[in-house]
Design a protein around this ligand. Sequence first.
Ligand code: AMP
Ligand code: FE
Ligand code: FE
Ligand code: ZN
Length: 310
Amino acid sequence: MNDIQKSDFSSKADNCGISKTGAEYDGFGWDLHCHSSFSDGTCSPAELVEKAAQIGLSGVAITDHDTTAGWQQAAAAAQKLNFPLIRGTEITSHFGRVSVHILAWLYDPQNEAICALFDNLTKMRKERILLMTDKISKDYPIDREAVFACMKSGDETTPGRPHIADALVAAGVCENRSQAFAGIISPKSPYYVPASSPDAVQVIKAVKNACGAVGIAHSGAIYSRGPVLSEEQIEELADAGLDALEIFHRDNPEEQRIRLKKIAGRLNLLATAGSDWHGKGKINRMGENASDSETVREIVKRSFLTVAGM
Ligand code: AMP
Ligand code: FE
Ligand code: FE
Ligand code: ZN
């Protein structure tokens, strides 16, 4: 039997770790956006869960880019620690000219359309990273092998520019990931290769079909990630089944938070919080933004899987 089916956790499904009286982990909230070594984070899924328990969160979500590969390890750690874990994914997409990262939580990981979507995305990501690596390797001392060596979960790692950045750091070309992102691998660099991605409406519909809850990550990141979604676009995504906007994220400036709260209120969307923790790969601290229990309860209520590790 697959060990990530809802039924495995159903006996603990009632309180979702949210209202446990006298529980070990009545923490300060839920971080709904964290990455492990199965994408571009630097810590294993077990370390992610251990850290969440250690810092006093109520629960944590693993949301690696375009994969569920880290779920099993994270769930095993969560069960061992009896710590609440939400299994999720940050899915790469676009809507018009806007790059849209979709947080999908607690959906059926065996859904065929979702599996096909991730296969395609991984294939496209791999081709793009190889193309960029080959271009860079003409001028800098890195190669495909060096970049692959930076994918800490091997073949199961979702490839991305951070792995090229890590190879540049290992080769002594850059001091850290940020320097690589500001230079050699930035969109303005001659070595840059644009990424392709599926349409956001299709992704949202696919996750809803797989019975998950869906949010837009860093939905007001106007200064750091290119154009953001207009109110009309958010409404279209809401019509497609969107559940939430990640409003509390360090890349969303205050004026965007105010704007997004109004839109969420009008469209009846949940407001979520997340750190976008990547271990040592980014300065973001786990738990720097935390979602409240009511929001998490609603996400769980709408979803196929329950909270693991309880
Ligand atoms: P890609 O999806 O391959 O284009 O790479 C984008 C990923 O790199 C995102 O998932 C970010 O988490 C990460 N990233 C973007 N900028 C930085 C930065 N300055 N430092 C570290 N990681 C970054
Ligand atoms: Fe990332
Ligand atoms: Fe993102
Ligand atoms: Zn992220």
